[in-house]
Design a protein around this ligand. Structure first.
Ligand code: TYM
Length: 356
C-alpha cells in the first residue's frame, strides 16, 4: 500500500514537472525581434517597415533583439557578396537608433546550427504545395525566377524565418507588409508543432496593426533594393535625394492615390519634429482642396529626407570607423542568441523524442 502511494506520488510529481516545463516554455523570451538581410544598402522603407517601430518601443523601455539575416540573404546571393554587407547592416541598425546598451544585435549564421536544424524539423509540418502557395514565392516564380532554376532554399525561406522567430520565442515582430505572409507561415507552424508535440512555442504576433508598404517612387511595386531608381537609400547624398524626389510620381490636384500616400508615410515617418509633420498635414489638406501644391510638398519632403539622412550618415561614419566595436556588439549578441536557441532546441528535441 505505501509503495503504491509512493508510485502515484512520483507519477504526479513527474506530471507536474512536465506541466511546469511546458508553462515555462510557453512564455515569450524576447519581447521584440526583427531581422534584415544584408543584400545591399538599406532603403528608407527598411527603416520605416522594420526598424522605426523598434526604436519607438526601445524608447519606452523594451529591450529589442535584432539580427542580420545572412542565411536568408544567400537564397539569391553568393555568400561572399553577402559577407561584405554584414558589418554595414550592423552599423545601420546602430546609427538608426538601435542602442547596443539596451538591445542585442546578432548575426544569424552565428547560430547557423540551431537555425538550420529547426528549419528542417519545422519543414516536416508543411507540404511542398503549401509552400508553393505562399504569395511571395508565387510572385517570384511568376516574375523573376523559374522553378527549374530557382534553388530549393527559396522554398524554405518562410520556414527558416519561422525558425528565427521560434528559436527566440519572440512575442512581437515588426515587419513591412511584404513579410506578412511569412509571419502567417510562422504562426501556422508554431500551432501545428504545439498540437502535435506539446505546447513549446508561444505564438508570435506581427507588430503593426496595419503593416507598412512603401511604394517605389517610380513605376510599379514596392520600394526595394533591387529597383534602385525608385528607392531612397540610407546612403544617398542630398543631391541624389533631391533628384529622386523631383522625379517621383504624385497625384493630380484634389486626388489621393497610393503613391502620394506612400510619400506622406515617408515624410511623416522621417520628420524629426511635430511642426514638420504639421507642415506636411497642412500641405496635404491644401492638395485635397484642389490647390496645386505638389511642388511645395516635394520640397518639404526633400528637406525632411535630407535632414534625416544627414544625421544618420554622420553617426554611421563614426560607427564604421571602429570595426572592432561592431565585432564586439555581434559577439555580445551571439552569446544571448545562442543561449536562447540552444535552450529552445533542447525542448524541441525532448518533445519530438529526437536524440538520446
Ligand atoms: P529584408 O531585408 O528584405 O527587409 C527588411 C525589412 O524591411 C521591410 N521592407 C519594407 N517595409 C515597407 N515597405 C517596403 N517597401 C519594404 N521593403 C522592405 C521588410 O518587410 C522587412 O521587415 N525576411 C526578412 C528578413 C528576416 C526576418 C526574419 C524578419 C529573416 N528572418 C525573422 C523578421 C523576423 C526580409 O525580408 O528582410
Amino acid at each position: 500500500m505505501p509503495k503504491r502511494i509512493d508510485k502515484n506520488k512520483k507519477k504526479c510529481y513527474n506530471e507536474l514537472r512536465t506541466l511546469k516545463k511546458e508553462v515555462n516554455a510557453m512564455q515569450y523570451k524576447v519581447e521584440l525581434l526583427t531581422g534584415i538581410r544584408p543584400t545591399g544598402d538599406l532603403t528608407v522603407a527598411n527603416y520605416l517597415g522594420a526598424v522605426a517601430p523598434i526604436i519607438e518601443l526601445q524608447a519606452q523601455g523594451v529591450s529589442p533583439v535584432v539580427f542580420v539575416a545572412d542565411l536568408h540573404a544567400i537564397t539569391d546571393n553568393e555568400p561572399a557578396t553577402v559577407r561584405q554587407y554584414i558589418y554595414r547592416v550592423v552599423a545601420d541598425y546602430i546609427a538608426l537608433g538601435v542602442d547596443p546598451q539596451k538591445a542585442r544585435i546578432y548575426l544569424q549564421s552565428d547560430i547557423a546550427g540551431e537555425v538550420t536544424t529547426l528549419t528542417a524539423l519545422l519543414a516536416r509540418l508543411v507540404s511542398v504545395a503549401e509552400l508553393l502557395r505562399v504569395p511571395t514565392l508565387k510572385d517570384k516564380l511568376k516574375n523573376s525566377a523559374r522553378p527549374e532554376t530557382a534553388n530549393a532554399l527559396l522554398l524554405l525561406y518562410p520556414v527558416m524565418m519561422a525558425a528565427d522567430i521560434l528559436l527566440n520565442r519572440a512575442k512581437k515582430v515588426p515587419v513591412g507588409e511584404d513579410q506578412l505572409a511569412h509571419m502567417e507561415v510562422t504562426r501556422l507552424l508554431a500551432r501545428r508543432f504545439n498540437k502535435r508535440y506539446g505546447e513549446i512555442f508561444p505564438i508570435p504576433q506581427v507588430l503593426q496593426v496595419k503593416s507598412l508598404r512603401i511604394l517605389s517612387l517610380r513605376g510599379r511595386g514596392k520600394m526595394s533594393k533591387t529597383n534602385p531608381g525608385g528607392a531612397i537609400f540610407l546612403t544617398d547624398d542630398a543631391k541624389t535625394v533631391a533628384s529622386k524626389i523631383k522625379a517621383a510620381e504624385t497625384a493630380f490636384e484634389g486626388v489621393m492615390n497610393e503613391k502620394l500616400e506612400s510619400l506622406i508615410l515617408i515624410a511623416k515617418g522621417l520628420a524629426k519634429t511635430g511642426s514638420e509633420r504639421d507642415e506636411v498635414d497642412a500641405i496635404i489638406e491644401a492638395h485635397k482642396k484642389g490647390k496645386p501644391v505638389m511642388g511645395q510638398f516635394k520640397q518639404i519632403l526633400t528637406r525632411i529626407v535630407q535632414n534625416f539622412l544627414e544625421e544618420f550618415q554622420s553617426k554611421r561614419a563614426e560607427i564604421t570607423r571602429d570595426p572592432s566595436y561592431i565585432q564586439s556588439v555581434l559577439e555580445e549578441g551571439a552569446k544571448v542568441a545562442r543561449e536562447n536557441a540552444i535552450e529552445t532546441l533542447a525542448e524541441v528535441r525532448r518533445v519530438m523524442q529526437i536524440g538520446p
